[in-house]
Design a protein around this ligand. Structure first.
Ligand code: UD1
Length: 470
């Protein structure tokens, strides 16, 4: 079984490139089968969830051609089976997007009830309510959702909760329904907008994505397109918090700073300097972190997918903080693991009360889910001594080459699968123990200008400083 082993204590420094948004890519790949023509999708993240979805699509007859790690051609012209097998898709939640896509195109779909991260009850009643409003007969039998309709007809749908998945799923089905659909109380996340833009590039007629009212006029057919997925705001935010927690200086490149505003605001509040450029943000954090309160909310609020990362930072802040999780009720499971590293956090209901401590100490810990796993890695990077993290397959669901990207920023982290590799790592880091990395703190470039330093410069500088401090 693979594990991460981390020797904490190095401030992260340098530049890191962010990949395409996993949650946008999952929906876009599903939507790509809604035409018989070939669709080219670029900036796909090469992560486990995407690969599971592509495999499941292949099994129903979709032709998928990987041009490289981040580019695929998808052709849904020869789909022979409108029933997706449980085994092929059980591990990912976004399997439900095949429901909206198949129902929209073929007026029939059979998809297993979704899996995904265990972060609380995750009903899909709003998806089903939407499909029914469009005229589909929807039932759940033997673990499958079966939806079928003679005709899908546009409708007026009010979502009782703001749901990313339901908004996207209904949008897909309605894109090929007869007449107009209005979705009220729609989710406004950047990936909802990205999926709408993608469908529009295939000939759909969707207006208002990014606001809470989306209007869709159904079309008879969709056509080929070439489309590049937006950057992943959660991957970006994770590296921003990694910089904060390790007192580092990291430029996160290939991002849309507007999508990161809630993360940026909280980092500034806790004492970090965040500079925005056209397609990058630089996070510099030299002082101790300050406490604050935060509540997760639908976009543009603070994302629930960043909740574990900010908690890891606040547990090292000076003073008391409160984190309120308002989207998923079971999202504090990692707190017990963090406590094993020295954090002082009490969870009551959907609140975590955090008394900041001065340091983490390395421990052997387990990953309960995807984002919590990434957050625990960040804790390990800041901890004294060695941290070993089990169940890293959760992290690989959503982070591409996570350890390599962290290594390029100066982190001592490796993926290992044997005792021998662990001993090798320990020997290597103990040989390094007299070294300390000094973070370069060149002045931040003015807004509008691209960051000046590339990662090679930074690594070179870190290496020189390292030699200087031997
Ligand atoms: C998506 C993201 C996930 C993120 C979440 C919230 C994907 C694959 N996953 O999940 O990473 O954490 O958005 O930003 O894109 N709800 C209902 N009924 C429904 C649907 C949802 O009650 O039919 C509730 C959920 O229990 C939750 C809230 O609505 O409390 C938001 O869920 P939703 O936005 O649907 O999350 P997902 O689309 O599953």
């Amino acid at each position: 079984m693979e594990q991460y082993v981390i020797k904490g204590g190095n401030p992260l420094a340098g530049e890191v490139e962010i990949g395409g948004a996993k949650n946008a890519a999952l929906a876009i790949l599903a939507a790509a089968i809604m035409t018989d023509e070939t669709v080219l999708v670029e900036n796909l993240p090469d992560v486990r969830d995407i690969n599971v979805l592509l495999n499941a699509m292949t099994e129903i007859g979709v032709r998928v051609e990987r041009l490289d790690r981040h580019t695929a051609k998808v052709n849904g012209g020869l789909i022979g089976d409108l029933s997706v097998e449980y085994e092929s898709i059980k591990r990912i939640r976004a399997s439900y997007y095949l429901l909206g896509a198949l129902l929209g195109k073929y007026k029939r779909a059979q998809v297993p009830l979704p899996g995904g991260c265990d972060i609380g009850t995750r009903p899909i009643d709003q998806h089903l309510k939407g499909f029914r409003a469009l005229g589909a007969d929807v039932k759940i039998e033997h673990g499958f959702i079966i939806a079928e309709a003679e005709h899908l007809r546009g409708s007026h749908i009010y979502l009782d909760v703001v749901s990313v998945g339901a908004t996207i799923n209904i949008m897909m089905a309605a894109a090929m329904a007869e007449g107009g659909t209005v979705i009220e109380n729609a989710a406004k996340e950047p990936h909802v907008v990205d999926v709408a833009n993608f469908l529009n590039s295939m000939g759909a007629n969707i207006k208002g994505a990014g606001t809470d009212v989306i209007r869709i006029r159904g079309v008879e057919a969709l056509h080929q397109t070439e489309y590049s997925i937006i950057p992943d705001q959660i991957e970006a935010g994770t590296f921003m918090f990694a910089a904060a927690v390790t007192k580092g200086d990291v430029t996160v490149k290939n991002v849309i700073p507007k999508h990161l505003e809630a993360t940026t605001a909280k980092l500034s509040e806790i004492g970090c300097e965040v500079k925005e450029f056209d397609d990058a943000v630089r996070v510099v954090c030299s002082k101790g972190l300050k406490s604050t309160n935060v509540k997760t909310l639908p976009y543009p609020g603070f994302p629930t997918d960043m909740q574990p990362q900010i908690t890891v930072a606040l547990a090292l802040a000076n003073g008391t903080s409160m984190v309120t999780e308002s989207i998923f009720e079971n999202r504090f499971k990692y707190v017990d693991e963090l406590a094993r590293m020295g954090a002082n956090i009490r969870v009551k209901g959907n609140n975590a009360f955090i008394d900041g401590v001065s340091r983490y100490t390395g421990a052997q810990i387990c990953t309960p889910d995807l984002r919590a796993g990434a957050a625990l890695v960040i804790a390990g990077l800041a901890a004294e001594g060695i941290t070993m993290i089990d169940d890293i397959h959760f992290i690989e669901r959503g982070y591409e080459r996570f350890e390599e990207k962290l290594q390029s920023l100066g982190a001592q982290i490796e993926k290992i699968s044997s005792e021998r590799e662990l001993q090798k790592f320990k020997l290597k880091v103990s040989a390094d123990r007299h070294f300390s990395v000094v973070v370069d703190r060149t002045p931040v470039a003015p807004k509008g200008k691209k960051p000046q330093m590339n990662s090679q410069d930074n690594q070179e500088m870190s290496r020189q400083r390292l030699e200087e401090t031997c």
